[in-house]
Ligand binder design. Structure first.
Ligand code: 5RP
Length: 230
């Protein structure tokens, strides 16, 4: 039995779950919108006997999916997945994303790249003209290389600091064991250039700009879903 969404995040997650077909290998995102998608997938498995295998982008999503009865396998077992559905912190008109506020971005980007289709689910508040409008760019760095990486990024005009933990008495360590630099850059640098610049910085493990990876963004506004395909 289908359910009545309680908000736009749930509405768009339920809509995205309609793209999951029998036998698919599906990547599960991380965050509140992705959580609604995991719940809907589990509901379809139970109510509609949907046959699906999943790969989680974080421990928290893996625990949630398993607790709802979904079969979760490890990324190490596969080279490609059928579909990846995840949220984003910012989405530009050319479908570049900013992700990783939850510091699970290493697996998130691996799944986005491994997916035949990557669907981004969000409410309208995530639409921006430029990456970096509302958040700094999270950049995961090897702990031993954080100073060298920060220096390189500063030479390219970046400004920022290591992310602290919630209690502000220590540093944030990502799921992957990296430290996180939150850096802002000059607004005149294009997303494509910024992506290449950070990719080419030694010591950087991964970063939150998802450039050229999105197949479609599904945007919810007051219960209405707009689909934008590449
Ligand atoms: C986590 C992410 C999330 O997808 C992003 O933060 C959006 O979260 P939410 O759906 O809770 O708004 O990138 O790394």
């Amino acid at each position: 039995m289908s359910i009545e969404p309680i908000n736009d995040k749930q509405a768009v997650a339920i809509h995205a779950a309609k793209y999951v077909k029998n036998g698919m290998l599906v990547g599960l995102g991380t965050g509140s919108t992705a959580n609604y998608f995991i719940e809907e997938l589990a509901r379809r498995q139970k109510d509609e006997r949907l046959k699906v295998t999943t790969i989680a982008s974080s421990n928290v999503s893996m625990i949630k999916a398993q607790s709802l009865g979904l079969n979760v396998i490890a990324l190490a077992q596969v080279a490609e997945i059928d579909l990846y559905v995840d949220g984003a912190d910012e989405i530009t008109p050319d479908m570049t994303l900013l992700k990783g506020r939850g510091y699970d971005l290493v697996l998130e980007k691996l799944l986005a790249k491994a997916a035949k289709q990557f669907l981004v689910v969000a409410d309208k508040s995530k639409l921006v003209e430029r990456i970096g409008t509302n958040y700094a760019i999270p950049i995961e760095v090897m702990p031993m290389a954080w100073k060298a990486a920060k220096h390189s990024l500063e030479e390219a005009g970046g400004v920022g600091e290591l992310r602290q933990n919630v209690a502000k008495d220590g540093l944030t360590v990502s799921s992957h064991g990296s430290l996180v630099l939150d850096m802002a850059f000059d607004k005149s640098i294009s997303e494509q250039t910024l992506n290449a610049l950070i990719n080419n910085t030694p010591g950087v493990v991964e970063h939150g700009i998802f450039y050229g990876l999105t197949s479609a963004v599904l945007i919810a506004e007051n219960g209405h879903i707009e689909e934008r395909w590449r």
